[in-house]
Design a protein around this ligand. Structure first.
Ligand code: FUB
Ligand code: ZN
Length: 638
């Protein structure tokens, strides 16, 4: 094996960051006081939490589902992150209570899964392809690590180490062990977190084992089918049996992961797999895995991603189809998939230190992921289409409730995405007001940011090292920004000579009181899609800074497909503090296809007339908060 590929930088942890930001602070507070309690209540009311008491009896309703454990796990993770930035003794005690229940559900051999303990105990590990035991284990491990890191309490961590030890005894390369891999990836990345938290290499090795099992022939998922009843294998066959033969690309098992170049199958599964691959690669110096990650990144980000950062267009497989296939109204674009894209890009960012990954994090964060939660924090989108005829609305919960606690854990941990550090450099990836405490060039360093981002591109950054030191301060120049200016202590700097992989690197001897100003021009932009995206042909999407906009019927009470935006129409950005919690809206003089002279015909030879029309567009993340109606991101253009 090649030598260790250390990450080029490490993220500054959530606990070292204070967010004090006009855009995010209210959302983090809503997440804390509304979303997290709401999700606890849902988990409690639907039986997910008490299911860990293992008192379920045959015939009782509801029957625990085989991925219920993961919903509670993600709630624990979200609540733990929230404690990191906002101590709350009540929440702390509630977490202890839930964790005790989970600990009580652990079996004498270390196994821990509600469904396969009380509902179908004879089916443990029988259907790895579809039955989610390893996925649930992964989420519980992530929860355990988060809870331990934030509170210092080992209860859940110890439980999950026992479970992971048991899993490591069952699965592995030895003759007395099973080959296997999770159908739904997740445990791979979680085991690396567990390895980092405990120093136990066995977890890293198990993660690598699972990663390399995927795609071997014959497939582990094919082999296990031989032992499944027709009834138990029905769901597998639905996804795996194709006209051309057995195909497990649904769970990225079509090829060994090191040979993969195309993102296929279920989108959340794919994102968690690639995150795990990046993690294992970083810890083991496995360049081959990283090369695969970079190829897959090119495919998804250049050919299979919505302008909102949503991914996975198809409802059928909750995932990918083919290059440039990005339908709008039927877009699946699951909230979890956009979040998974963020997780993976966060990892790649630290491997390669290239701003393109942070660009994707930002795009998904402000658009395709954030749309997943309502402004009041108590309703959620599972599916995030880019057009709607008015019948798609956020819901309080779902039978399959993966998305709500996923967005809660992302928002609660946002502080961990802003800064990174290494021995010679500090990095700012996201422009979010507040402070970060870093350690660079042998000194403690406080970086403070102030801005009205994402509504305004002027950012003031104060750099306060405990003692004067030379290091590079790297400021991300977002991919969406075409014109930036930079000043250090009032003196303007030329940016091109400072450019390093999408960051402006200011290398100097920094001292307390130094002030940097960055001005990112934020005009309204018309985005056009690659000519092969048939569903966006002849259209533009409006964006400004990191925000993608959409038309809603609430502002435009006309059929939205009849609004046409001339190429030269002036578009103005206006901040409206009363609208949707305070947003910039875009206004402009467009045209409306007129039907007043159609006289009832369906077809005619003469083109339709157009009349002037003033359009208003609002941020996509905030759609569906007013009177139900049409929505559309891609606007016809002329
Ligand atoms: O299967 C577990 C989760 O539920 C997946 O990540 C989502 O796509 C949904 O299928
Ligand atoms: Zn989901």
């Amino acid at each position: 094996m090649s030598p260790k590929t250390n990450r080029k930088m490490s993220p500054v942890s959530l606990a070292q960051v204070v967010i004090d930001d006009g855009f995010w602070s209210p959302r983090i507070e809503t997440n804390r006081i509304k979303t997290i309690p709401h999700e606890y209540k849902q988990c409690k009311d639907t039986g997910r939490i008490d299911a860990f008491d293992l008192t379920w009896q045959s015939g009782e309703e509801p029957v625990p589902h085989y991925f219920w454990d993961s919903d509670v796990a993600k709630w624990i993770e979200a609540a733990s992150y929230s404690l990191a930035t906002h101590p709350d003794p009540e929440l702390d005690a509630l977490l202890d209570e839930v964790i005790e229940k989970i600990a009580g559900a652990q079996q004498p051999d270390g196994y821990l899964n509600v469904y396969f303990t009380v509902v179908e105990p004879d089916k443990r590990w029988k259907n790895l392809g579809m039955w989610h035991e390893l996925y649930c284990a992964g989420h519980l491990i992530e929860a355990a690590v988060a809870h331990y890191e934030v509170t210092g309490k080992r209860r859940l961590l110890d439980v999950m180490c026992r479970y992971a030890d048991y899993i490591a005894s069952v699965f592995g390369p030895n003759p007395d062990q099973r080959c296997g891999a999770p159908g739904h990836e997740e445990i791979e990345l979680a085991l690396v977190l567990l390895y980092r938290a405990t120093g136990n290499r066995r977890y890293l090795e198990l993660s690598k084992f699972f990663i390399d099992q995927r795609g071997q022939k014959p497939s582990v998922f094919q082999r296990e089918l031989e032992h499944l009843s027709d009834e138990d294998a029905r769901i597998n066959r639905h996804f795996f049996d194709k006209k051309e033969g057995f195909d497990t690309s649904y769970c990225q098992d079509h090829l060994p992961v090191r040979e993969q170049s195309e993102v296929v199958g279920h989108a959340v599964r794919a994102m968690y797999l690639y995150s795990g691959m990046a993690d294992v690669a970083v810890e083991t110096g496995d360049e081959e895995l990283l090369r695969a990650c970079r190829r897959l990144w090119d495919n998804v980000c250049r050919k299979r991603m919505y302008v909102t950062g949503g991914i996975g267009p198809s409802r059928h497989n909750e995932g990918f189809t083919k290059d440039y296939d990005l339908p709008n109204e039927t877009a699946y674009a699951e909230t979890c998939a956009a979040i998974g894209l963020i997780f993976w890009n966060q990892r790649m960012l630290h491997v390669d230190a290239e701003a393109r990954y942070a660009d994707i994090i930002e795009k998904a964060l402000y658009n395709g992921a954030l749309s997943g939660v309502s402004l009041d924090g108590e309703k959620f989108f599972y599916v995030n289409p880019l057009a709607s005829s008015g019948d798609h609305h956020r819901q309080e919960w779902f039978g399959c409730a993966c998305c709500p606690p996923n967005i809660a854990r992302l928002i609660a941990s946002l502080g961990g995405y802003i800064y990174s550090e290494n021995s010679a450099d500090a990095y700012i990836h996201l422009y979010i007001s507040g402070q970060g405490e870093l350690e660079v060039a042998g000194t403690q360093l406080i970086i403070s940011q102030e801005s009205r981002y994402p509504w305004d591109g002027e950012i003031e950054i104060k750099v306060d090292p405990a003692k004067a030191a030379e290091f590079g301060l790297n400021l991300r120049l977002p991919g969406w920004c075409r014109q930036a200016r930079l000043w250090v202590n009032g003196e303007e700097m030329e940016i091109p000579p400072l450019l390093r992989s999408g960051y402006a690197r200011i290398l100097r001897r920094w001292q307390a009181g130094d002030v940097v100003k960055l001005d990112l021009a934020m005009p309204v932009e018309r985005v056009v899609a690659h000519p092969n995206v048939s569903q966006a042909a002849g259209c533009v999407a409006l964006s400004r800074g990191p925000i993608v906009f959409c038309l809603e019927e609430a502002d435009n009470p006309v059929p939205l497909h009849r609004i046409v935006l001339p190429r030269d129409a002036e578009l103005t950005a206006v901040y409206d503090k009363e609208l949707l919690g305070g947003v910039v809206k875009i206004q402009g003089e467009a045209l409306l296809v007129d039907d007043s002279d159609w006289d009832g015909e369906l077809y005619r030879f003469q083109a339709a007339n157009m009349r002037p029309y003033s359009l208003t567009a609002v941020p996509y993340y905030a759609w569906d908060h007013r009177k139900p109606g049409e929505m559309r991101v891609w606007i016809r253009s002329l």
